[in-house]
Ligand binder design. Sequence first.
Ligand code: ADP
Length: 858
Amino acid sequence: MGIRKKILITIATVLGAVMSLIYLATAYFLLQNLDQAEARSMKGDAERTVDLFLNEAKNLSTKLSDWSQWDDTYRYVDDRNPEYVESNLGRESLAALGINFIVIIDASGTIVVESGIDVTDGTERPVPDDLRAQFGPGRYLIDHPDLAVSKEGVISLAGGPALVAARPILTSKGEGPSRGTIAFVRLIDSGLMEKLSGLTHSDIRTQWYGSGTVDESFRVATEYFQGGQSGSFVMPESASVIAGYGLLSDIFGEKIMILRIENPRLVHGEGIRSVTLFGIALILFWALAFLLIFFLTEKLVLSKITYLEEAVSRIRIEGRASTNIYLPGTDEFAELAKKINEMVSAIILFREKEETAEQRFEIIAREAPVMIWMADPDKSVNYFNKGWLDFTGRELSREIGRGWMELVHPDDLERTVATFFSSFDERKTFSVECRIRGHDGAYAWILTTGVPYYSEAKVFLGYIGVSIDITDRKEAEEEEIGKLEETERLNAIITSEKGKGDAILRFLRSIGDGVIATDMDGKIIFSNEAAAKLLSFGGSLDGQWHKDVFRVVSEQAVEKEECFIKEVLRKKEKIEGREHRLLVKNDGTKIPISYTAAPILDADGGMLGCIAVIKDTTEEREAERMKDRFLSVSAHQLRTPLSGMRWSMEMLLGGDLGKLPREAKDMIDRIHANTVRMIVLVGDLLDVSRINEGNYMEKAVPMDIAPLVKEVVEGIRSEADDHRVMMTFEQESGMLPLIVAAPKRLYEVIENLLSNAIKYTDADGTVTATLRKSERGVTLSVTDTGIGIPEREQEKIFSKFFRASNAMRKNTEGSGLGLSVARSFVEEIGGRVWFESEEGKGTTFFVEIPSVESVRNK
Ligand code: ADP
């Protein structure tokens, strides 16, 4: 499930659950409170209804008081005057009083007179017997211990309940003795009920208490009161009606009737409506909150995650073309985007570095004039370069694995394979010489060196090795051995047949190469003319100490070398030297030589001295130099047309001359790649030839730097024009001190700085070279307005092969060697190189070179 779906579901559920809880709790408490209030009010209403009946009885008693304290009534009980009855107890009087019966009882408990009507139609009505029985002698209603107290209430008659009021008959002044009792009775009939209902604004219904048949609407209330409860009882009938019940007791305290009234449930209804509205409001709120939270999450989080996700997949699909993820703002996502960008650039940088390293190896390995091979850890060879394949004339597929063994000379095979395998097992560097069959079928002597190589994590990855053709050396060695054998033979003659060897000595003297023999102390006991000539020594060398006349130095090292004669005397073994040895002549000039020196032994192998054969190799060296010169000139000559070809092809590929057909473009792409490779090769050739020419051995001399800088600036101006970069040269006024440097190499250093400045500056930028005097000598600064060097890569800028990421993007060409060479040169002559740079703004490189004076003072 996607994160978006998860968030939606979670927000919806959590919000929904919280809102439901709030709703349920609120609805429950609100409705409960309202219902309780409603019940309380209903209870009050029911109790008031019961009171209504009792009040009615009290009203009756009030009306009765006029009759009971009246002299007419008082007298009537005594005289029974029929006039009283006629004028006061007629039907009209009863109707006006609103009562059903009047009964007058004398003090002995005998009914004196009675009168009754039907209140509804005014017709006469006899007093029921059970009512009469209530007024019999000794009954409660006619017993008046306190004359001020009336008796009123409800009584139960066979025809139904009735309200009754009874008072003692007194004089109009309220004085006794009482002549008896007068009572008003009002039947609780439908008329009364209607009246009372009108007062309560609600329909009052009744049910006899204790009657056999109970109306359904009274059942629960009846059970309630029968359970011993009194007062009132409330019960909701339905959602819209609530009923209240009251218990009516008669004047004797007996329960006689249950009253019932109904009210509409307005409060409850209101509660339900409020709860419903509240529910709707909550749902709206839920929806709103949901939308809001979703919108915010979408805008602040999800959209950014989606964007990052898309950007990252785009990078994955398109590679370096789309490396920049742009996310504005300062939140965590913007930070994450930045981190991703940094990571991607780091990966790209790393990959490019790896690629260039691999390409470089590929080119070197393929084109190198030596044979290169690589083997797996399981000893099977998996790679041979072009040099090898050219030499053997076979396909790669035949050589890999163990195919190469087919070409090893049968006499050398066992030894070679044993060395190869055992070295592998011990992970040792090995060298082995063996004969290998070349493409022409002839065997050549090959010296093979193998070195184990490891990953960065120190895992053994196999062997990498170089094989070189040493046939010439072998032959030369054999030749030398031949010579040596001859010398040794002579030795024998010299030692065994001293005195008799004139003929032999003459023979030695006539040899073209210099021959010198010394005793164990180093004193020359024999020399030929050629030797004296080599040293430009007038006369014979015989009798001289070799160390006085012989000086040999190395071409590279300036220190004097140990003389080979002394070395033989010390080591007591044969030595030979072919390269880089110079013999210092008597007049101080030097000549290149090769030599072989060996001990002179007697018949028992005891050492007598040393014999040396020395050969002047000036001519050979000259031939070699010419070869290098040729190499350098051809490389120089090749470079310009190759660069021209490359630019033309880049124009073609760039579409400057219109869109190319696909196949043509592919082909030109390939030619372009090969041309670039050739340019690199030619560059390497130039470097090599320069070393050979001795430019790198060039001496530092005192010089004026200003003309040199001008020369470089002028020499490179066309390059600047090509890049549409404006280049200027400024020199601080006043004399600059002389400096000490090798001019050609300094030229190259300055050229590299200027060329970099031009190369890494966009069109319409500027490059300024400035020379000024500094504390220790002269400082040259080269300032450009170019791409600059990213801060985090600045510390590596002088490392060999390092190229900054932005430089690689701008200019795919470049070896990353120039600055490292420049620094080592400048430091060699006691100067220093540094730079200041800001990415996107520009760079200034500084070179400080010490003055003659400061060098001298050091
Ligand atoms: P390259 O042939 O690659 O230019 P250098 O050794 O001359 O080799 O320079 C090394 C790296 O230093 C360059 O690849 C480039 O990243 C950086 N660099 C040198 N000069 C400048 C410059 N003027 N402006 C920006 N970057 C430079």
